[in-house]
Design a protein around this ligand. Structure first.
Ligand code: DQA
Length: 142
C-alpha cells in the first residue's frame, strides 16, 4: 500500500503563516507526524511539497502505477487550477482533498474547489489531523 501526500504552495510555511487559520505546527512537524503514523500502520508514504503548479502536476502524474492513493492539499491552487484537477482525473487514483482550515467559512474565492470534482472525499477544518484521517480513509477501505 503506497500513498502520496502532495502539498501545494505556502504549506512549507506552516507554523509561520497565519496561525489563526493554520495553527502553530511546522511543516517538518507535519511531515514527521505523517511518517510516524504510516510507519505504525505499515503504509509506505511519499510526502511532497511544491510552490509550483507544474511540479504538482508532475508529481500527480508520477503516482500513476506507483501509488494506491493520493492525499492532496493544493493550497491556493485548489481554487484556480484546472490542470491539477485534470491530472488527478488522468491518473484515476483514489484521492482525498485536505484543507487544514475550514475553507467553507472563509472568503468567497475559497468556495470553489476544482480538484474536489475528482476526489472521493474532502476533509476541511481538522487541522493537520485531516491528513491522518485522509490516509486512514484511503487505507482502511482496502
Ligand atoms: C488551504 C486553504 C486554501 O484556501 C489556502 O490557499 C491554503 C491552505 C488549507 O489547508 O486550509 O494555502 O488549502
Amino acid at each position: 500500500m503506497k500513498i502520496f501526500v502532495i502539498n501545494g504552495p505556502n504549506l512549507n510555511m506552516l507554523g509561520i503563516r497565519e496561525p489563526d487559520h493554520y495553527g502553530r505546527e511546522t511543516y517538518s512537524e507535519l511531515v514527521e507526524k505523517i511518517q510516524r503514523h504510516c510507519r505504525e500502520k505499515g503504509i509506505c508514504v511519499e510526502i511532497f511539497q511544491s510552490n509550483h503548479e507544474g511540479d504538482l502536476v508532475d508529481k500527480i502524474q508520477s503516482a500513476y502505477k506507483n501509488a494506491d492513493g493520493i492525499v492532496i492539499n493544493p493550497g491556493a491552487y485548489t481554487h484556480t487550477s484546472i490542470a491539477i484537477l485534470d491530472a488527478v482525473k488522468a491518473v484515476a487514483i483514489p484521492t482525498v482533498e485536505v484543507h487544514i482550515s475550514k475553507v467553507e467559512e472563509r472568503e468567497d474565492f475559497r468556495q470553489i474547489s476544482y480538484v474536489r470534482l475528482a476526489c472521493v472525499k474532502t476533509i476541511t477544518g481538522h487541522g493537520t489531523d485531516g491528513y491522518i484521517e485522509a490516509i486512514d480513509f484511503l487505507t482502511d477501505k482496502k
